[in-house]
Design a binder for this molecule. Structure first.
Ligand SMILES: [Zn+2]
Length: 583
C-alpha cells in the first residue's frame, strides 16, 4: 500500500476544528459547551475503537485550550496562530503526545510527574495526551493516579484508550469520560464524497457504501481504503475496482450463491466455492460475507420501516435484497445464518457473535407467531404442489370483503362477518364474489377435494389465523355424504386436538357450509386409524412439569397448540405457569 501517499491524504483531511470531526457530535458539542462555560477539566478519558477520531479530537481540544486568538480557551480555535499551527503539526512543546504502549513503565510516568510541575512555556496549559493508556503498568497507573489527584492548575491530561475495561476504576473516576462511537455509514460516505470532490475523483454511491462497509465504522480505515483506490484507479473508481483492491467477494457472487441455495442447485454452489478458491480469496472471509449477506436478508424480512436505517444501503440494493428475502421462510433464513455462524465459530469473529445474538433475539421474539405462519405457508405450498399450482400464500383480504359482500346486509364492506350464519341458511346460498364459476361454493367431490380444501383453509385463515394454520396440517382423505374425512399423522396430534374442540369445530363447520355446496361437517383420524375421538394431546406428557408445577396445569398448557409448538421447537419444558389476565 502506498503508505506515504495515504499519510498525505489523512493529514490533508485531518479535522482541524470540532465541527469537522465526523460522527462524534455528542462529544464535540459537549466539549465546546464546557469550554464556553469555562469548565475545563484536568483529566479527560477518550474511549473508543481505533481510527474514529480520539487523537484528532484531543489535538483540537489542545488547540482550543491554548489558541492565542482569544484571551482564554475558545470553542473555536483559529487554526492559524502559532500555537494552533504547531499543535496541529505535533511539535508544540507544551502539548506532549505520549504512546502509552511504549512508555508504560513507572519511570516514564514519574518523568511526566516531574515535568508537569513546570509551568508551560508559551501557553495557558501543559497538555499530556497519553494514547493507549490501558497499556501502562500497575505501578505506572499508581504514579499517574497521584498526579491526577493533585494536578497543578495548568495541567490537562487527555487519556485515550481502546480498552477502557483495562483502565483502573480509580483512574476512570478522576476523569471526564467520553465514549467515541463507531461512525455511521451515511457519515462516512458523506466524508468520502467531500474528499473525492476535492480531489476531483468520480465514483458511484455504491463505491462509497462498499468502502464504508469495509471500514466498518472507522474513519481512518475508510480514508486509507480510499487512498489505496485513488492510487490504483486514478480519476475514476468503479464498483469492480473496490472488490479487486479490497479482495472482497463480489455481491453478484453472493446473490448467485443465494439463488443456488433457494433452488437447491448444489452444482452451482460448489462452482462458486471453486471460483472463490481459484481467485485466491480467503474462505473464512467468504463465510463472513455470506453471514453478513443473510443477516441483511433477515433484516429485510423483519425490520419493516427501519430497514434503510439498519442496512444503510442504496435503495435499489435494498429492493433487490427484499425480493430475495421474500423467497425465504423466516425460519429457514434463521437456520441458514445459524449454520454459517456455527461454521465460522472457529474464526472467533465479532460478526459471528453479533449474528448469533441477533438471530436468537429474533427467534425468541418472533418464533411463536412466525413459525406457525411458516407452517401454514409450507402446507399451502405442499397442497398446491398436489394439483392446484402455486397458491397465493397468505389469506387475502379480498376473501374477507367478499364474504361481507352479499350475505352481510348492511355490514361494513371491510369487516368480515363475525357471527355464524343462521342455521336455516341454505348451503347453496354462498356469498358471491370473485368469479362465481370458480371453485367457491362448488360441490366438493373426490376429484376437486384438494382444491376445495385449500380454499376452505384460506377462508378459515382469513377469519382466524390459528384456524387456518391448524387446518393447513390436515390432509383431506375422502367425502362421506356431507362430511369430509381429515387425515393427520401422529406428529399432527396437536392440530387434530385443536380442531376437535367444540368452538373450533363450530367455526370450521360454518365455513364449510358457507364455502362449499355440499359439506356440513368433518371427521378426523390419525392416518389409517378408525375415525374416533382424538387421543389425548400427548400420551406421555412430553418434557412436562418440573416438580413444583401442578402436573394437571402443565398438561392443560400443553394442550394449547402454541405452547406445545414452542416446547417442541425449543426442546423445552414447562417450569412455571403464571396466570395472565387478557384484556
Ligand atoms: Zn489559534
Amino acid at each position: 500500500m502506498a503508505e506515504g501517499h495515504y499519510q498525505v491524504l489523512a493529514r490533508t483531511w485531518r479535522p482541524q476544528a470540532f465541527d469537522e470531526v465526523v460522527g462524534q457530535q455528542h462529544i464535540t458539542r459537549t466539549l465546546q459547551n464546557a469550554i464556553e462555560n469555562q469548565r475545563i477539566g484536568h483529566a479527560y478519558l477518550f474511549i473508543g475503537s481505533r481510527g474514529i477520531g480520539k487523537t484528532t479530537t484531543a489535538r483540537i481540544l489542545a488547540k482550543a485550550l491554548n489558541c492565542r486568538s482569544s484571551d482564554g480557551p475558545t470553542p473555536n480555535p483559529c487554526g492559524t496562530c502559532e500555537n494552533c499551527v504547531s499543535i496541529a503539526a505535533g511539535r508544540n512543546i507544551d502539548v506532549l503526545e505520549i504512546d502509552g504502549a511504549s512508555n508504560n513503565s513507572v519511570d516514564d510516568v514519574r518523568q511526566i510527574r516531574d515535568n508537569v510541575r513546570l509551568v508551560p512555556s508559551s501557553s495557558r496549559y501543559k497538555i499530556y495526551v497519553i494514547d493507549e493508556v490501558h497499556q501502562l503498568s500497575g505501578a505506572a497507573f499508581n504514579a499517574l493516579l497521584k498526579t491526577l489527584e493533585e494536578p497543578p492548575a495548568h495541567a490537562v491530561f487527555i487519556l485515550a484508550t481502546t480498552e477502557a475495561h483495562k483502565v483502573p476504576a480509580t483512574i476512570i473516576s478522576r476523569c471526564q469520560r467520553y465514549d467515541f462511537r463507531r461512525v455511521g455509514q451515511e457519515d462516512i460516505c458523506a466524508l468520502l464524497r467531500r474528499i473525492l470532490d476535492q480531489e476531483k475523483v468520480t465514483c458511484s454511491d455504491e463505491v462509497l457504501y462498499a468502502i464504508a462497509r469495509a471500514a466498518d465504522g472507522g474513519i481512518r480505515d475508510a480514508e486509507s481504503i480510499l487512498e489505496q483506490l485513488i492510487s490504483y484507479c486514478g480519476r475514476e473508481i468503479t464498483f469492480k475496482d473496490v472488490f479487486e483492491v479490497l479482495g472482497l467477494v463480489d455481491w453478484a457472487q453472493l446473490n448467485a450463491l443465494c439463488d443456488a441455495i433457494l433452488d437447491a442447485d448444489i452444482a452451482t454452489q460448489l462452482r462458486l466455492v471453486e471460483d472463490i478458491v481459484a481467485t485466491g480469496k480467503d474462505l473464512s472471509q467468504f463465510v463472513q460475507d455470506i453471514i453478513r449477506y443473510f443477516r441483511n436478508l433477515l433484516v429485510c424480512k423483519t425490520a419493516g420501516a427501519r430497514i434503510p436505517e439498519l442496512l444503510a444501503l442504496p435503495g435499489h440494493e435494498i429492493a433487490a435484497m427484499q425480493e430475495r428475502a421474500d423467497r425465504f421462510l423466516l425460519t429457514r433464513l434463521i437456520q441458514l445464518i445459524e449454520q454459517f455462524a456455527e461454521l465460522s465459530k472457529g474464526f472467533d469473529s465479532q460478526l459471528a457473535q453479533r449474528i448469533a445474538l441477533e438471530t436468537l433475539l429474533i427467534r425468541v421474539s418472533k418464533v411463536a407467531v412466525e413459525v406457525s405462519v411458516d407452517t401454514v405457508l409450507e402446507k399451502l405450498v405442499q397442497l398446491g404442489a398436489g394439483g392446484v399450482g402455486p397458491v397465493a400464500a397468505a389469506t387475502p383480504p379480498a376473501a374477507q370483503t367478499a364474504q361481507a359482500g352479499k350475505g352481510g346486509k348492511g355490514e361494513g364492506k371491510s369487516s368480515p362477518p363475525k357471527r355464524a350464519p343462521a342455521p336455516h341458511q341454505a348451503p347453496a346460498q354462498c356469498p358471491e364474489h370473485e368469479s362465481p364459476a370458480a371453485s367457491s361454493c362448488a360441490t366438493v367431490s373426490e376429484t376437486n377435494l384438494r382444491e376445495a380444501w385449500l380454499r376452505v383453509t384460506e377462508k378459515a385463515g382469513a377469519e382466524n389465523l390459528n384456524l387456518g394454520i391448524w387446518l393447513g396440517q390436515a390432509s383431506p382423505a375422502a367425502i362421506e355424504n356431507e362430511t369430509i374425512l381429515l387425515d393427520f399423522t401422529h406428529d399432527q396430534q396437536n392440530a387434530r386436538t385443536y380442531l376437535e374442540r367444540p368452538e373450533n369445530r363450530a367455526a370450521v363447520e360454518r365455513i364449510l357450509r358457507t364455502w362449499t355446496a355440499n359439506l356440513t361437517g368433518y371427521r378426523t383420524r390419525v392416518n389409517g386409524d378408525s375415525p374416533e375421538s382424538p387421543r389425548p394431546a400427548r400420551e406421555a406428557p412430553p418434557r412436562a412439569a418440573a416438580a413444583h408445577v401442578n402436573p394437571e396445569l402443565a398438561r392443560q398448557a400443553l394442550e394449547d397448540p402454541h405452547i406445545a409448538k414452542v416446547v417442541d421447537i425449543f426442546k423445552g419444558e414447562i417450569v412455571d405457569i403464571k396466570h395472565h389476565i387478557k384484556e
